[in-house]
Ligand binder design. Sequence first.
Ligand SMILES: [Zn+2]
Length: 507
Amino acid sequence: MGYKLITGGIAHESNTFSNSPTTLEDFKRQTYNLGNAVLEGNVRRGVIGGFMEVAARKGVELLPTLQARTTPKGPVTRKAFDHMFTELLGRAESYADVDGAILLLHGAMIVEGIDDAEGYMLREMRKILGHNKPIVTVLDLHANMTKEMIDNADCIVGYDTYPHVDQIVRGREAMRIILGILDGELKPATALAKPPIIPPLQGFVTFRSNGGSRLVERAHEMEKNPQVINVSTFACFPFADTPITGLGLLVNTNDDPVLAERLARELAEYAWKIKEEFIVKLVEPKFAINVAMQAPGGTFILADIADTGAGGTAGDGTIILKALLEAGARDVAVAQIADKEAVDECLLNGVGSEVRLKVGGKQDRFHGDPVEVSGIVRHISDGTYIRRGPQNPGGEERMGSTVVLEIGGRHGIDLMLTSHRAHPSDLQHFRSVGIEPTDKRILVLKSAAHYRAAFSPIAIEVFEVDAPGICHPYLDRFKWKRLRRPIWPLDKIDGVPEFKPITVSHQ
Ligand SMILES: [Zn+2]
């Protein structure tokens, strides 16, 4: 009772195939809360909202530091990281009589020169708090887990869902765990297994039956054992060419390192057995468009899963748009192409004007070429909306200045152009710009999987489409230099591997 806990955290998912480093400005444009703003910005939502709910009931005082997060992109610059982390640590050190720290990190942040930024942050936090005060952190399901992380945290809790709809629940769970440690009821023993598997991002979606959902199911069964505190299955963030990238299976037991190690090994063996279920098979854009155009009705989703704004891509891929134009597709809405230049040109011309533009394919050479379109500017806005769907409801999205370009008349293609990279994972993404998604025959969504929570219920069928991008599930299309090898599915591994290393930590 009456505990005081430091909270906050820096979160990013870094794609080493991106040519665009993540800067301080990227964080400041999205989430950059200092001091009390950390708490005020998370009431009733997200992981920190979960911390706050349990803290309020148990009389715990949360001591806010910094919360920063931004959409995935290339690794974070050293300058940006040093600035943010100095701010976070400085505020942490300014508090007196602290009992521990409960943090929200990601697990796949790379800083220039630091592959394992979370391990680094946890180690520095440990230096401040010493060994007798607990540190608990929540990580994203896409964390690339390391020994450094588990050595410097008393307990780590990962999301169980992808799309991530259990953030607030994990926040509450983490707070209960740290209070259990402080009350002397829990003494976590942790085991981490890293089998040589790099599951494609889209092959670990827990909203359908695949390798990911089956692993999570098995983890939940293990959690029924009263000696088990928590089991997390970290899918990894595959688009990071580092030696630490790959599946991570984490078991926390109450004071039983032998059980933790046994369960981690069991989970790794199970993952190896079902690994083929992580493989994703895509369809050609042309095929998906034809099926949708010939159907008597209903809304079809063409998921542009390799160019997801939430995975650090350019967000300006044009291959599906090009196929739609060639097929003369009707009643289509495209979310979206990030192209500030094209948006600015539409802003200059104004609503109702007719424009001819080259859109997309400008950021790098991995997402198709610019495509020439002409149409009428139907909508202009600042691109800000409040989420209403199952994932992070109440959260604010900022797409930057946003335009809807109507190509081929009222029943043609509504093309959303945004000045920032955006990520359609809520129906408000369309509704906020005057498009009713359920009226459309085809919705093109640049999203790897998060779209499923809100959009699957309105779709008659979802097609994962083979278009290029640096979040592509066919991992053999990437040039790997630093990845741990051999690793499945890139390498052929005979027999069953030994699942070393399994790291055990018991503080
Ligand atoms: Zn994630």
